[in-house]
Design a protein around this ligand. Sequence first.
Ligand code: HAM
Length: 425
Amino acid sequence: MPTFQTVRGMRDLLGKEAQTFTYIINEAQKVASLFGFKKVFTPHVESLELLSAKSGEEIRQRMFIFEDLGGRKVALRPEFTASIARLATTDLKTEPKPLKLFSLGTVYRYDEPQRGRYREFWQSNFELIGTNKPEADTEIILLTNKFIQTLNLQGYVFKIGHIGIIRGILSQEGIEEKTQNAILQRMDKKEYDLALKLVTSEKCRQTLQNLIDLKGKDWQDTLKQVNTLVSSYEMAKTATDNLLEILTLITFSCPNISLTVDPAFARGLEYYTGMIFEIYIPQLEIALGGGGRYDRLMETFGSESTPAVGCAHGIDRIAIALQTQNTVSNIGAEHNVMVIPITETVKGEALKIAQQLRERGVSVEFELMGRKMGKALEDADKRGLDYAVIVGKRELEENNIVLKDLKKREQIIIPLTELYEKIIK
Ligand code: HAM
């Protein structure tokens, strides 16, 4: 028999890693409800046509595409946005606006596998549909900020831009959309020379170069400079004003937020029309999440113009970030207990004690292999548990219990009624 392994780029998640993923996912769900986003489940397989619409060359080339047995051209979802846009233009078309939808699950891209880059990865995805107001863009940034803050990640920074600045310049220069997309794809990869080669007007090239060179720490100052640089490009000026309004709202409502403005920032996806952002921590060069405004995607599905803004967070990368910053050791480790009956006769009592602790929220494992105490304690140690609750006949008769602190290697006999307090103290 061959020894089977996971397919390249796909991973099993086990042990601590699985625990970390569960923790991140739970926090994402909490943020969703804090901000009033409703959970939806959409299929992993969608029509190729839907997934290709305005996603951009970069994603189109990396999709897992196949023909199903009915001859339909389909693909594994490379992201959630297209599926949510499909929902918004069909089943949820008449729902009151704004629509606020939250999705969570795996997505698939044929990326070159490396640390933080997989072919199957997890996203928590938020879409806010039906409004073009800057407060909607702000909410998406604020919820991402809340999420990352709750996870206790340190030193994170938002990189924020506006795709309307570059597109505004290129449109006014008469550059058609296809070439604009090619330019932006190169800018996303920081291949600025290649991007500028696609621009014919010298004035336009110079403006773009100046925007590329503009990277200040102070966002207000940066935006002032952008305003001057694009003064003869009406659409780019409108985009800059919009970005100013969004940033003013963000920094007013969340004064401690750390952000940089990069006016030449572009993202791999083609559907963006407005504010775009990504989030980074200093220890990792890859983005933990990103998103932006996409006001024209729904039109391509034959719907009326429907403005929208959204984001996705990369759970796999957030797990790496937590590990890098050493935050993982605290996760899920609260009050983990092993209950061990010393003899057969106290099994029932021991199970009852386990149940009572669980009812009060303590995570309890029960010795299920019928091992002798020494072996059972060894096992509890190996599993990294904090306490062993040792249930003995003699102690029970006096309404007592043995509590062993596995970290401090101390053992005490206490009244059963004090067990919970002692564990959670
Ligand atoms: P995205 O930037 O393509 O945006 O992906 C979001 C996040 O998914 C990235 O920031 C990164 O953390 C994670 N990610 C991307 N590729 C990989 C990979 N190969 N392995 C592991 N993690 C990865 C979107 O997907 C948009 N749909 C976001 C959005 C929603 N925009 C508007 N609404």
